[in-house]
Design a binder for this molecule. Structure first.
Ligand code: MN
Ligand code: MN
Length: 344
């Protein structure tokens, strides 16, 4: 029996649908930071839409790396690293990018329909006073210095914005410069790969630094679960888990030790959060397959599942520990199940 003790715990669920968007003519953004969702101290998310030729302007994040997943449409990014190396990439649905903390980047929506993507940051407070935009910077710098730095007459730079523009329109076709390219790519085509786990009842595609080396502080991917399927009880020894429901309905259980736990019902557009080391499970409670974006604040993916833990201990130990007959324990799975199919 679980008692109703969740009031002693923070909320592990946040509805992005209830969040007000920052709306601009060429796109919008909705964010969930630690200010909105207090448990999410180490990971924050921004859902963004850009029309074709809408540009999320040149900027960097002083306190977080950025991990992006394309939900729909096409998008192009540019990035520079401290060695002066550049990369520009085009992405489509199912592709990921990773921008190390502090590296300067931009994101442009492409045709035909614009693009929706989720940005995930390995710091819950990535936004407040830590996102540095080029227009804000130049607007805040004495004009004589800007003029000297750009080697341009004051009269010629009159058009510089007097505050951050955030998203602007690109009017002309881009002509790429000759690039001194970065040795590690910032792009990984997640859904073009074979799934890491392919179980009866679901699949997991995962990009960790093992397959996407630049992504040294974050990993993540897509988890599909069929109706009634259960991603079994497990925990991650080294990372918090942030999840976003792209489609479907799920039940997320979170065990916080000390007799404390919480059961959370999530649907499309909801975010769930499980702190590092907390036990948890995810069950598809809807009639359709559910599609979840899951992201961790470590480049190394680690997990321990209940089934493999039980299977790796003597049956008699488990029987005594759980107060169950030996013959029942012998029927438990003898290896990790990972996903339990809902089909009988
Ligand atoms: Mn960014
Ligand atoms: Mn997990």
């Amino acid at each position: 029996m679980t008692s109703d003790n969740s009031s002693k715990l923070p909320e592990f669920k946040f509805s992005l649908a209830g969040q007000k968007a920052r709306e601009l003519p060429m796109g919008w953004a909705k964010q969930a930071t630690v200010m909105d969702f207090p448990v999410s101290k180490n990971i924050a998310g921004v859902l963004m839409y850009l029309k074709p030729q809408g540009l999320r302007e040149l900027h960097w994040h002083a306190n977080a790396a950025e991990w992006g997943y394309v939900i729909s449409g096409n998008v192009r990014t540019t990035i520079i690293n401290p060695e002066g190396q550049y990369e520009t990439n085009e992405f489509r649905e199912g592709d990921i990018w990773y921008f190390p903390r502090g590296h300067g980047h931009s994101i442009e929506g492409l045709g035909p329909d614009g693009t929706t993507f989720m940005l995930v940051f390995d710091n819950g407070a990535f936004s407040e006073f830590a996102t540095f935009s080029i227009t804000d910077w130049l607007a805040q710098t004495p004009r004589e210095i800007v003029s000297k730095n750009l080697n341009a007459d004051a009269a010629d730079i009159k058009g510089l914005p007097d505050k951050e523009v955030y998203i602007v329109e690109i009017k002309d076709k881009l002509v790429n410069k000759k690039l001194n390219s970065s040795p590690l790519t910032h792009k990984y085509s997640l859904l073009s790969q074979n799934p890491l786990r392919n179980c009866d009842g679901g699949k997991l595609w995962l990009a960790s630094s093992k397959v996407f080396p630049i992504s040294s502080t974050m990993s993540g991917g897509i988890l599909l679960l069929e109706p009634e399927a259960l991603r079994e009880l497990h925990w991650h020894p080294n990372a918090d888990e942030w999840l976003y429901v792209i489609s479907g309905k799920i039940r997320l259980t979170v065990f916080a030790s000390s007799g404390l736990s919480s059961v959370n019902e999530l649907s499309e557009n909801d975010i769930g959060y499980t702190p590092m080391g907390y036990g948890h499970s995810i069950e598809n409670t809807g009639d359709e397959e559910c599609k979840l974006l899951i992201v961790f604040n470590s480049g190394v993916y680690e997990e321990i599942s209940l089934s493999s833990w039980l299977a790796s201990n003597p049956d008699e130990l488990i029987a005594a520990n759980l107060n169950l007959p030996d013959e029942i324990v012998r029927k438990f799975s003898q290896k990790e199940t990972f996903i339990i199919s809902g089909k009988k």
